[in-house]
Design a protein around this ligand. Structure first.
Ligand SMILES: NC(=O)C1=CN([C@@H]2O[C@H](COP(=O)(O)OP(=O)(O)OC[C@H]3O[C@@H](n4cnc5c(N)ncnc54)[C@H](OP(=O)(O)O)[C@@H]3O)[C@@H](O)[C@H]2O)C=CC1
Ligand SMILES: O=C1OC[C@@H](O)[C@H](O)[C@H]1O
Length: 373
């Protein structure tokens, strides 16, 4: 039986939206948000309230009234009348870009050109070519650019990766991995996720996580795409994607992602829990709810010969969310002038982001669909 580390479930739920902001350092980084995005409070605004070294100073929206309402609701002190005005404000150090995928490239490029560090929502851009251009520019300007794969920074994800990698290094080769992230049809057809012009698609949205988890936990790259089966729900938009990948060691990877499952279905109800599994010659490692471990997760290791399953301790620390740890990592990197990011557990390098998008492009190609532009 795993130890059920405190805090308990409801305390963790309450902690995800902090009501107790900490005081700020005098040299705290100043970050502005592009767009009054739905994800802003979870991914940045609430985590920043608990971090002494960063303060959300402004938000810009296409309609300034919307920005003002959002700022008032979330306790953001100022607004800017346009994305350009925010990016070019000399009193801002960093930009958070949670715009629709198809606008990631344009606005991140502008922010980097204006000398700002960028926390960039996933997926990094519409395709691998754009992603490479962004990271080349960040390098050239000596700026921090981080694609927001928040789950990687949580202690449970760090521990899971270390446990699996140690076992592989002890001589137990990986045979196959699986990653799954599916939802019933919770987003309306007009959502940004289903708009090809905004680089939508379920593989872009949920798939970028599953591809990332396959690469991150296995420590391997995608060598080729063996099979990709989309469920196309509108022009060039996949409501669901199943793919089989060949990894560089010869191991296989399978991913299943969906934003269009039926609400009740015997066939797909098991997909409601996002999980990752890795099978070696002798064991099966499972990380359940790997994307939101701060709310709940489980890690099991099953011995294939005996069938015995070990349930590893769950790590909830102080109930900090994945986004809190991600922000802490981003702040550390910026404060350190972008140096030594390799010492930050979970850090997503530019090469990593480019490899992720390269795999996504290849899956779309194998599925006979267009790469997003
Ligand atoms: N890390 C995570 O857990 C999550 C990440 N995401 C990622 O964050 C990004 C935004 O997702 P989400 O917050 O759900 O998105 P929203 O639907 O809230 O859109 C975000 C913002 O995009 C702006 N926008 C600019 N141009 C357009 C346009 N043509 N059509 C629609 N919106 C436009 C709007 O800004 P304005 O206010 O200026 O009108 C809007 O506030 C995506 O890249 C997504 O993948 C999403 C959810 C979870
Ligand atoms: O974490 C997430 O869950 C739901 C998705 O649609 C969203 O974009 C993603 O980031």
């Amino acid at each position: 039986m795993a130890s059920r580390t405190k805090p308990g479930f409801f305390a963790r739920l309450a902690l995800t939206s902090s009501k107790n902001p900490v005081s700020k350092d005098s040299d705290a980084l100043r970050i502005g948000i592009l767009g009054a995005a739905n994800i802003g409070p979870n991914a940045l605004i609430n985590p920043a309230k608990r971090n002494r070294s960063i303060v959300v100073v402004s938000v810009a929206a296409r309609d300034e009234k919307k920005a003002k309402d959002y700022a008032a609701k979330h306790g953001i002190p100022t607004t800017h009348p346009s994305y350009d005005a925010l990016i070019n404000d000399p009193n801002i150090d960093c930009i958070y870009n949670p715009l629709p995928n198809g606008l990631h490239y344009e606005w991140t490029k502008k922010a980097l050109e204006a000398g700002k560090h960028v926390l960039l929502e996933k997926p990094a851009a519409s395709n691998a070519a754009q992603t490479k251009l962004l990271f080349d520019l960040a390098k050239q300007k000596n700026l921090v650019l981080l694609e927001a794969f928040h789950y990687r920074f949580h202690p449970a994800a760090i521990q899971f990766r270390q446990t699996l990698q140690k076992h592989i290094a002890e001589g137990h080769p990986l045979k196959q991995v699986k990653s799954m992230m599916s939802f019933p049809a919770i987003f309306p057809p007009a959502d940004i996720r289903f708009n090809f012009k905004l680089a939508g698609g379920t593989l872009m949205d949920c798939g970028c996580y599953t591809v990332n988890s396959i690469r991150y936990f296995s420590g391997l790259e995608v060598a080729s795409v063996e099979k990709a089966v989309p469920k196309i729900i509108s022009d060039n938009i996949d409501g669901r994607m199943e793919a089989t990948l060949n990894l560089t060691s010869g191991a296989k990877a399978e991913l299943t992602v969906s934003l269009s499952n039926p609400w009740f279905s015997v066939k797909t109800y098991r997909e409601l829990i996002p999980y990752f599994t890795a099978e070696t010659d002798d064991k099966i490692f499972t990380f359940g709810i790997f994307l939101m471990p701060s709310l709940y997760h489980y890690v099991t290791v099953k011995d294939k010969a005996t069938g015995k399953t070990e349930d590893l301790p769950r790590l909830y620390d102080d109930g900090y969310t994945t986004y809190y740890y991600q922000l802490e990592a981003f702040v550390k990197a910026v404060k350190n002038g972008g140096k030594d990011t390799e010492s930050i557990a979970g850090w997503v390098t530019g090469e990593d982001s480019v490899a992720n998008m390269t795999a996504i492009d290849a899956i779309y190609q194998k599925a006979g669909m267009d790469i997003r532009q």
